[in-house]
Write a new protein. Structure first.
Length: 337
């Protein structure tokens, strides 16, 4: 297999000087191109990507859709290094078939996302947005909220972010319920968890935070039926992926008072523009705390994920291996690669 070109193209914003210097110190050229006018990463087509990446051995990327056609158009591209942990927009099977490596920045944004979830839980429970809006209108009436202290918190999925959230919740003396395919005995002992079925979690939890991958099986796991089983005082937080929650059903549940509130950092409209009116209606509500898919966007988390993404790209270009937790696909041993 021929050596990859010693050039990395970075199409993500906020790639910092330290990460650039790290690559340059390894004798790797760093290119930060201007995207075509009016286009973000997610809007790039195959030809856009080919023009940006031609001659590159590595690509530090965020939200672009990377199909088999993209890989075929870029025969020199050895490694896709995502500055994030999701990879549903990458054709992983094509990467393996064509001898490429796909890596994620595992461990880089756990803390920032977990912090955001805690902030959303407290903000909704204490009715911060509603109170501030009332104060702006000259109404200083006290709105009575609810505490996170010693409440039941359900976590759906228990990977790196779920564990980071559990560590923070222990400070609130929360009772933590976890719905996940598997749960290590040491996690149960460390955090005092209860491993429960999804139906139990829906029925008992005061707060629910979603940290599952988006798959055909998990799509719309929070639907009208699920909201009907939750407490009227329950709060849902989705900082994982749009599509795990049926946003139309969530809007209906909030409008009818089936649940108390929601914290949203991801939306179905991110991949389905026809859902934008639903997103607009959700973020306009006083019982919703919303962010623009920004859970990983702190100075500290960006510095960590930039460095991890740079490391993964450099290791592959140098013929080595990224950290095992970061590797999603490695097709370098595939026939013909």
């Amino acid at each position: 297999m021929k050596k990859p070109p010693r050039r990395v193209v970075v199409t993500q914003k906020f790639f910092d000087d330290a990460a650039i210097a790290f690559l340059q110190d390894r004798n790797i050229e760093v290119i930060l191109p201007n995207l075509p006018e009016g286009k973000g990463e997610g809007d790039l087509n195959v030809e856009d990507i080919r023009l940006l990446l031609e001659g590159a051995g590595g690509w530090v990327v965020g939200h672009a859709r990377i199909t088999r056609a993209v890989f075929e158009a870029l025969p020199d591209l050895a490694v896709i290094s995502r500055r994030g942990v999701g990879y549903e927009k990458v054709d992983v099977e094509a990467a393996r078939d064509l001898g490429r490596v796909v890596a994620i920045a595992a461990g880089g944004n756990d803390a920032s996302v977990a912090d955001q979830v805690i902030g959303m839980m407290i903000s909704i429970g204490r009715r911060f947005q509603e109170a501030q809006s009332a104060m702006k209108a000259g109404k200083w009436n006290i709105l009575v909220g609810t505490e996170l202290y010693r409440r039941k918190v359900g976590i759906v999925g228990f990977g790196r972010i779920g564990r980071s959230l559990a560590r923070r919740l222990s400070g609130f003396e929360a009772e933590i319920l976890v719905c996940a395919p598997r749960l290590a005995s040491e996690d149960i002992e460390t955090f005092g968890l209860r491993h429960v079925a999804f139906e139990t979690l829906l029925k008992e939890a005061d707060y629910i935070s979603v940290h599952a991958p988006l798959t055909p099986e998990t799509r719309h796991m929070f639907n009208a039926a699920a909201f009907g089983r939750m407490k009227p005082s329950a709060v849902l937080i989705n900082s994982a992926r749009g599509g795990l929650v049926d946003d139309t059903a969530l809007l209906a549940a909030l409008e009818s008072g089936q649940i108390l509130g929601a914290g949203l950092d991801v939306y179905e409209s991110e991949s389905d523009p026809s859902k934008q009116p639903v997103t607009d209606a959700l973020i306009a509500r006083h019982d919703v705390i919303a962010a623009p898919h920004a859970g990983a966007s702190t100075h500290e988390a960006l510095a960590r994920t930039n460095r991890i993404a740079a490391l993964c790209a450099a290791e592959v270009i140098d013929g080595g291996n990224p950290p095992a937790a970061c590797i999603v696909a490695d097709g370098r041993s595939a026939p013909g690669s």
